[in-house]
Design a binder for this molecule. Structure first.
Ligand code: BGC
Length: 420
């Protein structure tokens, strides 16, 4: 009896100590991300500042490289060596893959306290959860299928608007080329080739075709004449980029449009973050319009997953970060800088520009029409090895004289192999 009491008393003392330690632990988070361009860096600084203002200690781990390919390589080696960062920029099915490995911590207590089930769209909740547990938090909704254009450059060939069909796109690009202007600013990196490719899949085939090919991996659709027409259009796109495109970073391609060295770029709206960071004004210095997308919308939601870490300071840091990220004020501040729109429902759009307003209204109409679709190129539609199989073929086609017939055969083969 006495012994039991002592044990109980010790237990109480221990948990009181744990609570006290936890309460006093300085919330600390090592944050692994790939936001290193001008616009991206401004946006991530806003998160860091908020975190620090709430008493958090931010340990920055940036890994440069568009779309996060390099960051994901670093993540794998960190986890393998038993040294996972607390918070990692991670998206789409990759969240599920890491959760299956038992690598992610659950955030259910923050989710319940903050009412995430009421403030996040159902589709986004699903992406952030593994077997019903919240393991990640969404930052934004980026739209991928955009054209960014320099109106002064378009004016040189007497054009005032961004083309509404791929035929118009081609005839404008031909006109620009004939006038000695680079029609398309592009960086020859696989993910950038894939970014153009998926907008062409959506535009040439329509939303249903995108669903069949980029999500369902339907063999008949993958080898169809429509897919050949997609590769035909990709061959045309290859003719519209400048000679030095190979390996160029996406933000340098954005700078080409900004500086008048090229007319247009096809890129997600993180490109808008670059224009804004350089003080450019939407509608005046640059214009935005969806790629010819048949009323579809390719979305790409950035999110942070919290990895299993030990130490009260780190756990406190993860919870603080998660709470801040979904907060209404943060969602506004961050997305104004990043070029995206809030992932949280009900954030006022009053301070957002026309591109963001268009993104929001197109999102709603695409959702109603069944055209709100996850981006393949940005890791939202497929697991890594499947997306990788498609992207390899797209890049091989873009960088050679491969025919559309052959590209389609290779695409089907690569997807079949990756599925096994
Ligand atoms: C991410 C964006 C990022 C872009 C370029 C995309 O995959 O979702 O947040 O700005 O890659 O790095």
């Amino acid at each position: 009896m006495k012994l039991t009491k002592t044990i109980l008393a010790t237990g109480v003392a221990f948990s009181a100590l744990a609570t006290a330690t936890f309460a006093h632990a300085e919330p600390t988070a090592e944050v692994l991300h790939w936001w290193t361009s001008g616009g991206e860096a401004k946006a991530v600084s806003a998160l860091k500042e908020d975190f620090e203002a709430k008493g958090g200690k931010w340990v920055d781990s940036p890994v440069a490289g568009g779309a996060g390919d390099a960051a994901m390589t670093v993540l794998r080696s960190r986890v393998l060596s038993g040294d996972a960062p607390a918070a990692v920029q991670l998206k789409g099915p990759a969240i599920q893959e890491w959760a299956e490995q038992g690598a992610l911590a659950d955030l259910n207590d923050v989710a319940a306290a903050e009412g995430w089930n009421d403030v996040l769209p159902a589709a986004i909740q699903t992406i952030m959860q593994y077997e019903g547990d919240y393991v990640a938090v969404p930052v934004n909704i980026h739209r991928v299928d955009w054209i960014w254009a320099n109106p002064e450059v378009l004016a040189k060939v007497d054009v005032t608007e961004v083309p509404g069909t791929w035929e118009e796109f081609n005839s404008l690009a031909d006109k620009l080329k004939a006038a000695g202007i680079t029609p398309l600013a592009h960086g020859g990196q696989p993910w950038q080739d894939a970014t153009i490719f998926e907008t062409v899949v959506l535009g040439v085939g329509g939303p249903e075709f995108y669903q069949q090919t980029m999500i369902d991996l339907d063999e008949d659709a993958l080898k169809s004449d429509t897919m050949k027409a997609v590769f035909d259009q990709m061959r045309k796109m290859r003719g519209y980029v400048d000679a030095d495109f190979s390996g160029r970073d996406w933000n340098l391609a954005t700078a080409m449009v900004m500086n008048g060295d090229a007319a247009m770029q096809i890129m997600g709206d993180w490109a808008k973050g670059e224009f804004m960071a350089a003080g450019k004004v939407p509608g005046k210095d640059f214009i935005c319009a969806p790629t010819p997308s048949e009323n579809g919308y390719l979305f790409n939601t950035d999110s942070f997953a919290m990895f299993e870490v030990s130490g009260d300071d780190k756990v406190a840091g993860q919870k603080l970060l998660a709470e801040l990220i979904v907060g209404e004020k943060f969602q506004e501040t961050f997305n104004l800088l990043k070029g995206s729109i809030p992932a949280r429902l009900g954030v006022p759009m009053t301070n957002f520009d026309d591109c963001a307003i268009k993104s929001e209204s197109d999102l709603k109409s695409a959702e109603e029409a069944g055209g709100f679709l996850p981006s393949m190129a940005h890791g939202m539609a497929l697991r890594g090895h499947l997306a990788g199989a498609i992207i390899d073929v797209v890049t091989a086609h873009f960088n050679s004289d491969m025919s559309s017939d052959e590209a389609v055969i290779r695409l089907v083969e690569a997807v079949e192999l990756a599925k096994d």
